[in-house]
Design a protein around this ligand. Structure first.
Ligand code: KIV
Length: 281
């Protein structure tokens, strides 16, 4: 029986010096040590997250909204994801690097899914892939895991299904959808995922699902009962300000700080205050 994360592990440092693997994440769940995960899309940000001790770095298809200025994730391609994952991989030594498989790169058939998961590992250097869905992708997940590529599942509000949902509201608030989610989590566990992301579902349901599976459940907008938490880095830093759901805790207001720095630079250039003699050759 695994200890619940909220009970905590007094000595969480036992994990902090070790390279994060999927096995280590399982050990963290069993020890009740919460898992910290954030997103990155480039080398510099990935290096900072890794130096800060973040356990899992997700190259999310949120690259679409954060870096590409788009409304949804559905147009992201394999080329985009392989490119961004390869940048992130170069900046990371300790964290586990997981890359999203983009919409329609794994749904057509499991051969195509296998090929694309393989590209993410061979071309980008990702250590695992993430894909959305439960029953519909369970067989595909099994095939990818069988060839040696760890898979992370994603349930609840899966942004790749936004046109089906029609809204970014909290999911699984009715018993039918909650039951499907419980079933999907077990199916993913049986198919061999090493972890599951649970996005924007009621906290009580997320806690129940977390306790019902042996693999670590990483929550986003899913309350404090999960084995770990993930946020989009640009949201928690306050760089991206157009997306403000209540589950995002802001750890900075870097949009204002950055804009202020850009304004001061512009003023300095216009006032011929930059560069100074010390900054010249
Ligand atoms: O794409 C992403 O950033 C994600 C996280 C929000 C979990 O899937």
């Amino acid at each position: 029986m695994s200890q619940h994360p909220e009970q905590g592990n007094a000595d969480s440092t036992v994990f902090s010096d070790r390279k994060v693997t999927t096995n280590l994440l399982t050990q963290m769940k069993e020890a009740g040590t919460p898992i910290a995960a954030l997103t990155a899309y480039d080398y510099t940000m990935a290096q900072l997250l890794d130096q800060a001790g973040v356990d899992l770095i997700l190259v999310g298809d949120s690259v679409s909204t954060v870096m590409q200025g788009l409304e949804t994730t559905v147009t992201v391609t394999m080329e985009h994801m392989v490119y961004h994952a390869s940048l992130v991989r170069r900046g990371v030594e300790r964290a586990l690097v997981v890359a999203d498989l983009p919409f329609m790169s794994y749904q057509v058939n499991s051969d195509e899914a296998l090929r694309n998961a393989g590209r993410m590992v061979k071309e980008a250097g990702a250590e695992a892939v993430k894909l959305g869905g439960g029953r519909v992708v369970a067989e595909t997940v099994g095939r990818i895991v069988d060839v040696g590529i760890p898979v992370m599942g994603h349930l609840g509000l899966t942004p790749q299904s936004i046109h089906k949902f029609g809204t970014y509201q909290v999911r699984a608030t009715d018993e039918k959808e909650a039951d499907e989610l419980r079933r999907d989590a077990k199916l993913l566990e049986q198919a061999g995922v090493f972890s599951i992301v649970l996005e924007k579902v009621p906290a009580a349901l997320a806690r129940e699902v977390t306790e019902s599976v042996s693999v670590p459940v990483i929550g986003i907008g899913a309350g404090g009962g999960c084995d770990g938490q993930i946020l989009v880095s640009h949201d928690m830093l306050g760089i991206c300000t157009r997306f403000n759901p209540r589950f995002v805790r802001k750890y900075g207001n870097f949009a204002d700080e950055m804009r202020g720095a850009f304004e001061r630079f512009t003023e300095d250039v216009r006032g011929r205050d930059f560069p100074s003699e010390d900054e010249s050759y």
